[in-house]
Design a protein around this ligand. Structure first.
Ligand code: AMP
Length: 357
């Protein structure tokens, strides 16, 4: 398949129609590119701003084939696309980022082994397949620790904290006996993330790391530069470059990190644009969504430097009901157009910028 840049007027297929797909579609439109959303659910947020929408499940091979034949490149806004869907698509269109990135990030055990193979630290961990494994793992790793399902966990879902080895049975039941990893609890100083991009020709551009605050396992805010020291910023960016290159990655990736007294520890990698990169829309000339579209379309990557300090705050559940007050502020307000407000659901975000300090 050709590596020539896709000309304006080309169509980017996006698997998943949530807010990330919506912001990708807006970014693509700015560059004269069309988007076609593939999403199993009806009325996806991204559908409001895309040229076309296919409503079908991820195991519908005929629909996947038609979709791939109708677009010039396929990308995704979330990583839990079944590997079989990615394979069906790859027969008809380039899929960027590719299969390896999906495979690694869909499974916490594979992800941790991969990161360790690059001599980058992760929390102490053990794969757990049954209650007995869990008891052995708890004896080795100790408590407090966190039991996380290997697959399909996000925003703190599919995980349970274990504070006492005697909780093994209840913890195992709490994650519905799914294959899991037990992770030692990391005594971190702060959480940060780095958003990196890699283009088709291998160039890497990273955004400045942001300091993240989570509430109930869900991202609450990202501040840039936050209280992250210069040397930690450099370490985070170097680590991101190593991961992107090792996966021969094309597109934007979010890497969540813990800063500890012993250095940086990778929590999770997401092979897509990332909530903790939303601040780039207001604080950088080329934001993470533009960058991802450029990368998957084979365009040159843009400059990722920021011109302002920024704090991005998510609007979760009923927090978005304050939209009139938020709209009156001089701040970047984003509402995702979701019909139903639910507790814990990401309904929008707001980014407040100030002159670069
Ligand atoms: P995750 O879904 O794995 O990204 O976890 C969501 C949040 O839970 C993280 O951002 C942390 O705030 C917290 N967390 C997850 N794993 C650990 C860990 N091993 N040690 C300490 N905190 C953790």
């Amino acid at each position: 398949m050709s590596n020539a840049p896709l000309p304006p007027g080309s169509t980017i297929g996006i698997l998943g129609g949530g807010q990330l797909g919506r912001m990708l579609a807006i970014a693509a439109a700015r560059l004269g590119l069309k988007t076609h959303i593939y999403e199993p659910g009806t009325n996806p947020p991204a559908g409001d701003v895309a040229a076309a929408v296919t409503t079908a499940s991820y195991d519908n091979e005929a629909a996947l084939t038609r979709f791939a034949a109708a677009v010039d490149v396929v990308t995704f806004e979330f990583e839990n696309v079944p590997a079989s869907a990615a394979a069906a698509l790859a027969a008809h269109a380039p899929v960027r980022p590719g299969y390896r990135a999906l495979e690694v990030s869909q499974d916490r055990a594979k992800e941790k082994s991969f990161v360790e193979s690059l001599s980058i630290a992760v929390a102490p961990w053990r794969a757990v397949g049954d209650p007995n494994d869990l008891k052995v793992a708890l004896a080795e790793i100790g408590t407090p620790s966190i039991l996380k399902t290997r697959r399909l966990g996000y925003d703190g879902k599919g995980q349970v904290r274990v504070t006492d080895a005697r909780q093994a049975e209840t913890a195992w039941e709490a994650i519905a006996s799914a294959p899991a990893v037990l992770e030692g609890f990391v005594d971190f100083e702060r959480e940060l993330s780095v958003i990196g991009a890699r283009g088709l020709s291998g160039e890497v551009v990273c955004y400045e790391p942001g300091e993240n605050v989570h509430r109930d396992g869900i991202l609450h805010s990202t501040a840039v530069p936050g209280a992250i020291s210069r040397s930690v910023r450099e370490d985070a960016v170097l680590l991101a470059g190593k991961i992107l290159n090792a996966l021969d990655y094309v597109g934007v990736m979010g890497i969540e990190l813990f800063q500890t007294s012993g250095g940086l520890v990778v929590n999770e990698i997401a092979p897509r644009v990332h909530n903790s990169g939303h601040w780039t829309i207001e604080a950088c000339v080329i934001d993470q969504f533009q960058q991802h579209i450029r990368a998957v379309a084979g365009w040159p990557l843009g400059d990722g430097s920021r011109h302002s300090d920024a704090v991005m705050t998510n609007l979760i559940g009923a927090e978005a009901d304050d939209w009139t007050e938020l709209a009156a502020e001089c701040a970047g307000l984003h509402l995702y157009g979701k019909a139903e407000t639910r507790p814990g659901r990401k309904m929008g975000h707001v980014t407040r910028i100030s002159p670069r300090g």
